[in-house]
Write a protein of this length. Sequence first.
Length: 160
Amino acid sequence: MTTKRRTTWKEKLHKEQNLPRVEPITGRMSKRWGTGTFVIPAPLEVDAAMRRVRWGRLTTIDDLRKLFAARHGASIGCPITTGIFAWVAAHAADEAQREGAVRITPYWRTLKTGGQLNPKYPGGIENVRARLEDEGHAVVQKGKRFFVADYASSLAKLRP
């Protein structure tokens, strides 16, 4: 019996998927997003954008989506794949750090909508919160969720 080797996060990040790709908004998506086109970014493109966020600065998944839409001439950036690829980039960075890498993608600086911390990033809220607080950000709890206080004042200006 042979066991299948598990794909590493780095391999997932580098997987060729014929991306980025611009598609028309159709079907159920049009009810929420209207008409036009959406771009599905490449995983490495998401990782590269996340790497551009410097110490003390922040970005959100929504900001990344806007960046990719502008870069590829689409109406919107895909909300599902952008979030998934940010998650893959975060886990690839964590994997690289565990293997000894010093410079990794600063995934903790990429927040969800409204400045919310992503509990699905490596180490969960505790890790993300500690990294953000080390960079001078105040993290507040609202119910069961955590947010960077006044996150908008620390947003990075990402250009296509």
